[in-house]
Design a protein around this ligand. Structure first.
Ligand SMILES: N[C@@H](CCC(=O)N[C@@H](CS)C(=O)NCC(=O)O)C(=O)O
Length: 331
């Protein structure tokens, strides 16, 4: 794990939260250094003297110290749900504009509404009104786009903004929850808070000190060893379709990679149980053997609710990474 990137982070910081969400989304593992903002580690300040979190330090020493850049760094490696809208310049521009409004105007009003005493001459009501205008506008967008800020599902804009909207709600839960103009935004925020990823996002770690223990993030995941094969049960139909287009993009029975965000895999001894639970009545099923050295997207083993780890592929499975295809169960 020595050449994993290092992420300096602070659990409740909304900028660090959006960066960590992108790490989760892309199937990556980083070395996690939790920071106390009052006592920032000299090693972090040496890499990024401006002293804000998150800070990502890559294996070659390159430093990425703006949260949106950390998100793009992660999603360049894998973006299975297309949060960055890779093929659509118009939506990329919309994402950029939403993030700019959040990081400039909305954050300005949020800080002055939440911590009015810290800003000499600030008027709480003025900043509340201005912040709410922005929130109403986002809520209307969400109503018009089927529950997300952009057409077509969750995007980088949703991930980048939700930690700040969460802060607004924490500052004024009653106002936020009773505002008729915020219904769409409330359900949108709740969908993040209810998402299984949210608990992982908010995992706790003791502040890091030089030489001290360093967990990785996400803490409940491990790297997938590349010296043993991985397995995937596929409906025969889905595999035949994959052969026609050279890649397989089904996550699990009836769900696509785009819907789930990764392809479910198993280690050898997990296959029989996976079959029993999900495929026993599925008709013709194939067992694919996957060579982990031949995939092009991140692999990460994540814990399911029972605590058992399963390998996951955070991108499409290239047909050439599949070294054998046999009917399952085989005679
Ligand atoms: N533009 C930066 C802003 C990051 C930022 O301001 N983070 C806050 C924590 S939420 C911080 O580190 N503040 C420094 C401090 O409080 O000393 C980014 O997007 O990464």
């Amino acid at each position: 794990m020595t050449d994993l990137p290092i992420l300096y982070s602070f659990r409740r910081c909304p900028y660090a939260m959006r960066a960590r969400w992108a790490v989760l989304e892309a199937g990556l593992l980083v070395r996690w250094r939790e920071v106390e903002l009052k006592a920032k580690p000299p090693a972090m300040l040496e890499k990024s003297p401006k002293g804000t979190v998150p800070v990502l330090v890559l294996a070659d020493g390159t430093t990425v110290d703006e949260s949106v850049d950390v998100m793009h760094w992660a999603l360049r490696q894998a973006d299975p749900r297309d949060l960055t809208r890779q093929q659509c310049l118009k939506q990329q521009a919309e994402i950029h504009e939403l993030v700019t409004i959040n990081d400039a105007a909305f954050k300005h009003h949020l800080d002055r509404f939440k911590y009015t005493d810290r800003y000499r001459g600030a008027c709480k009501e003025h900043h509340q009104k201005a912040g709410l205008e922005i929130l109403h506008c986002w809520s209307q967008r969400i109503d018009g786009h089927g529950g997300w800020l952009l057409e077509g599902g969750c995007s980088l804009a949703d991930v980048a903004l939700f930690p700040f909207v969460r802060q607004w709600r924490i500052a004024d839960p009653h106002g936020f929850d009773s505002d008729q103009g915020l219904q769409g935004l409330r359900s949108w925020l709740q969908s993040f808070l209810d998402h299984p990823g949210f608990e992982r996002l908010m995992q706790r770690a003791d502040p890091w000190a030089h030489g001290g223990h360093q967990p990785h993030f996400p803490a409940d995941a491990i790297a997938v060893p590349t010296d043993q094969p991985l397995f995937h049960l596929a409906l025969a139909e889905d595999w035949k379709q994959a052969v026609r287009c050279s890649q397989y993009s089904v996550s699990t029975r009836g769900l696509s990679l785009h819907q789930v965000g990764f392809i479910h895999l198993s280690w050898r001894d997990q296959v029989p149980d996976t079959f029993r639970r999900f495929y026993a009545d599925a008709g013709e099923v194939f067992l694919l053997t996957v060579d982990p050295t031949r995939v092009h997207s991140p692999l990460r083993a994540d814990a399911v609710p029972s605590g058992e780890l399963f390998p996951h592929l955070y991108g499409a499975l290239p047909v050439e990474a599949v070294t054998s295809v046999i009917p399952y169960p085989s005679d």
